[in-house]
Design a protein around this ligand. Sequence first.
Ligand SMILES: Cc1ncc(COP(=O)(O)O)c(C=O)c1O
Length: 411
Amino acid sequence: MSLPEQQSLESAYVMGTFARKPVEFASGRGMTLVDAEGREYLDFLSGIGCDCLGHCPPALVGALDAQAGRLIHVSNYFYIEHRGEVARHLSDLLSRYAPEGEDGPWKTFFTNSGAESNECALKLARLHARRRAQAEGGPDVPAPYHVVTVDASFHGRTMMTLAATAQAKFHVDFAPMPDGFLDVPRNDVAALEALFAAHGPEICAVMLECVQGESGVHPLTPEFLAAARRLTREHGALLICDEVQCGIFRTGRPFGFQHFGIVPDVVSMAKGIAGGFPAGACAARAEVADLFAPGDHGTTFGGSCLAVAAAQAVLDELDAGGYEQRVAEVGAYLRERLAALPRVHDVRGLGLMVGCDLAEDAPSAPEVVSAALERGFVLNATGPRTLRFLPPLICERAHVDALVEALAAIV
Ligand SMILES: Cc1ncc(COP(=O)(O)O)c(C=O)c1O
């Protein structure tokens, strides 16, 4: 079927929640995508940070193929292969770089997406606050339930995670939002302290992305993160790190928080965890995780046979393949090359999670994305003047060179 035919079918039968680019991708291998007419593209978006081993990596394809031929789904009522191994591997990865005494173990609830992982984290924070309040004041005492989030954050599209997303533009048409969220300006330690001074007894958690993704790649400062860790501890609240975008080796460490000298209580993840197969997870330190009893939370598909087989293949490959070093090196090279381009400024990020702003006299970011697509590069704009780069973690210097050459011509 031709692209115009696909476009007319989708406009008739698919909800128009995405303004799609005029290309139909048909296959891919490594960093390369191939469209329905056989044209090749270098992919610097990787399905919004999911295809961390590139397209159709043999380890992932082999694991899915083998698992699909054995068993696809049986529900969470039963034990299956891989689930326990993946949860143990996540616990090991979460414990890496942690000081003694804060190094786990962690327990995981498997989900299908980032929003679901955050929903799980938010429920856990409320349950934790309720159990603490009950232990101190009896069964009917009210529990704190407010969650502090950071301006320009993004936590998902369910009603609860949308309310956690501190960006008014996402709320306007869907009001009223679920109650219970307090926003604080990004990296403003004094404002965070003032919020806790005014509302401390009402707060059950702080939820944040150590590197904000959807707002255009903005790392939080170590001071702000240290304050969030200190204040949550002082008030018996939880620190939740949303690692949906910055987790799973994206920043050159298994998790983004590991660059900042903090250890959270709860970590949500998704995107890269199964290399593009839909999967997510919410992990919590064991004493928090153990608050969930059978029936408190659930999912039909989360942690299915295929999802955990895929996650095991991807995590094994990332962990054994030297990706921490490789991602750090190529990421630094990408930032250096971008910063040397004319009309490009404020290049920022960690590892292969990179953003930059375009000068006022440059084409707009959406125009750059369209021009790049015509030249065979898949990019992403998060705002009118902001580009974001989330290539597969197999990205090499030569790919960066090709990208920068194309950008130089466009910008
Ligand atoms: C930091 C963060 N949290 C949550 C989400 C929501 O993830 P999903 O789209 O898988 O529900 C995203 C998606 O981009 C994200 O970047």
